[in-house]
Each structure stands twice: as structure tokens, then as C-alpha cells.
Design a protein around this ligand. Sequence first.
Ligand code: TXA
Ligand code: MG
Length: 353
Amino acid sequence: MEKTLVLKVDSQKPDLEKIRVAAAIIKRGGLVAFPTETVYGLGADALNSKAVLSLFKAKKRPLDNPPIVHVGNLEDVYKLAEEVPVKAERLMRAFWPGPLTLIFKRSKVVPSVTVAGLDTVAVRMPRHKVALALLRESGKAIAAPSANLAGKPSPTTAEHVLEDLDGRIDAVLDAGPTNIGVESTVLDLTVDPPQLLRPGGTSYEILKEVLGKVNLHPVAVAEEELAMEKARSPGLRHRHYAPKAKVVVVEGELSAMVDKINELVGFYRQKGYEVGVLATDETVDRYKVGVVKSLGSRNNLAVIAKNLFGRLREFDLEGVDVIIAEGVPTRGLGLAVMNRLRKASGYHIVKAF
Ligand code: TXA
Ligand code: MG
């Protein structure tokens, strides 16, 4: 593969002709990156083992970390899952299409490579019009991990996808920036009460409203690396979301956090590092040196989530060596933001008092 075809489409009214080009690539076993409401995914026919294997290769993804299978209609869920619990049906009615991935016992039609040898499968119906059009036009269930090289921050624009995968995939459907900016919430329904494995675009609070009881997997809220023989969500074991720069997360009360960050900026600059600060609108003026960027207002965690991965990539383009990031509250989308930041830092967390 030498050249990646860029297909520009309108996010609200995708051009059917271009969708058909992309769908034809999926049908013949090729790889197409496409926008979802969370991040861009890299798609392959989920029931074609060869296609899924080439998907792992293109991303340099470890074979033990299975992708999410995306569906464009509910019937496909019943084909992919051995068993669809009543609670899952309630969730599908409440949140699909949308940023919620459900883990089911898998049926025999799903190839082993697609689920990394597990007896479960992750399924979601995305809300983005382009994703739905591609799913429905191809008539396939599409396996799609985030369309980044393994370990990098997930892509929220087609430019991010090309930074990582240009020349490694057949095509990208470019519909501009994605809306939510962090990946879907992953919820395991093979256990009861359901267990949240990865916080994401559907908040823990709202899931509890619908389900009553939801358990948080320790890794979903971890503040340190957890030693686990077999984390329930295999991807949780791997280092993730990391820009080239080293990341340090500072958490605590706002003014103590600002003081601690200024102290760390001085410390790293003295060592000769190019330092970046990931701030918020409320604090951005309190950092006087280094490359300072705001994620948005602390009063709007949705905007912070939307900007997160793009900002991390910008620091890399500007040659920053160390990024010092402010923590944000862990309510709503903030839980997903903090989960990604803590992981990107390799759990290098500094508490400010
Ligand atoms: O928003 C999203 O979820 C995006 C867009 C493209 O849909 N996709 C995404 O895929 O983030 P990926 O592959 O980067 O993350 C999938 C997550 C990983 O943490 C993986 O380990 C977990 O889902 N997962 C997949 N299959 C699983 C399974 N059978 N059991 C538990 N976790 C699973
Ligand atoms: Mg990913």
C-alpha cells in the first residue's frame, strides 16, 4: 500500500458516492479510517480474519488487545453475541446509537483474531452519520479500534489519523473533528452487576441511573499502575494515549495545583527540558513560562474531553519534552479525561496540597 485515499465528506450529509467507495474497500478486506462521535476508528470487516489481522499490523497493535465491533443495526448484535441480557437491551434502547460499548459472550461466527482469543466480544453502535452510513452501505459489522498507532493518543481529526497511518491504510473518510473527543465507555455485561472497564463518552453517573448498580473496575479509576495477571479488559494492560513527551499529572486543590505546577516547570527547565503546561481557562494566565495551552473551562468538562487528545499531539509537534498537566474533577466526562491523562503519564501523578 503506498497511498492512503482521503475522502472528504460532510459530517451531516455524507456524500453517498464516497461512502460507497469506502464500503467497497471494507467489503474486499481493506482498511478504512472513519469518524465516530468519539474518535476516528480504523475499520475492517469484523468477520474476515485476514482483514482484521492486517488491521492489527497497520496499527502495530499487540494481538492480545481486541478491537470493538461496530454495528449499524440491532440484528447484528444477536448474531455476534451468544446471549443478550435484558440489562443490555435496556442500555441499547437508552444509549444507542452512542458512545457505549457492551461486552457480551461471543457467538461462534466471530473469528478468534477479532476477539484476541477471548470468549467475549465488544460491540457498539456509533452515532456519527458517516460511521452509520459506512456500516449500512457495507452491510458488514466493522471491527474498529481507534485509528492511531498503538500507544499514541487517539485521533480526533483525519489529520491525526494521517500523522500516524498515512501509507499504512487504504482510505480515510474525513468529516472534520469528532465531537466527544474521548472513546466510548466499555461496560462488561457478562457479570452482574455490570462492570465499567473503561470510562468514556457515556458517564458512570448516567449508567447508574439506568441500571441501579454498576461496579467500577479498579483500572478504570486507578491512580497507580495495578499489577494484574489478567485485566478483564486486555487493552487496560498496555501503555496508552501517550504523546512522545513525558507526561506528569498534578492533582489537588486548584491554587495548590497551580503552585506545584509552577515549581515543576522551574525544576524541569533547569534540567534543560522544553516544558509544556496543559492548563484550563481559569488558570492559564498563571503560567508565565514554557508552552502553555488551555483545554477549556473547568466548568465544561465536555469541551475539555473534546480538546484533550489534540492538545497532547500539538505539544509533540512543538517539540516539548515534558508536559505538566492539571487534573480536573472526576465527575461526568472528567472521569474519562483523568483516566486517559493518568495512563498517558504512566501514573506519574503528583498530589498538590
Ligand atoms: O469510542 C471508541 O470506543 C473508539 C471508536 C473508534 O469506536 N474505539 C476504541 O477502540 O476506542 P480501541 O480498540 O482503541 O479500544 C477498545 C477497548 C480496549 O480497551 C479493549 O481492550 C476493550 O475495548 N475490549 C475489546 N474487546 C474486549 C473484550 N472482549 N472484553 C473486554 N474488553 C474489550
Ligand atoms: Mg485505542
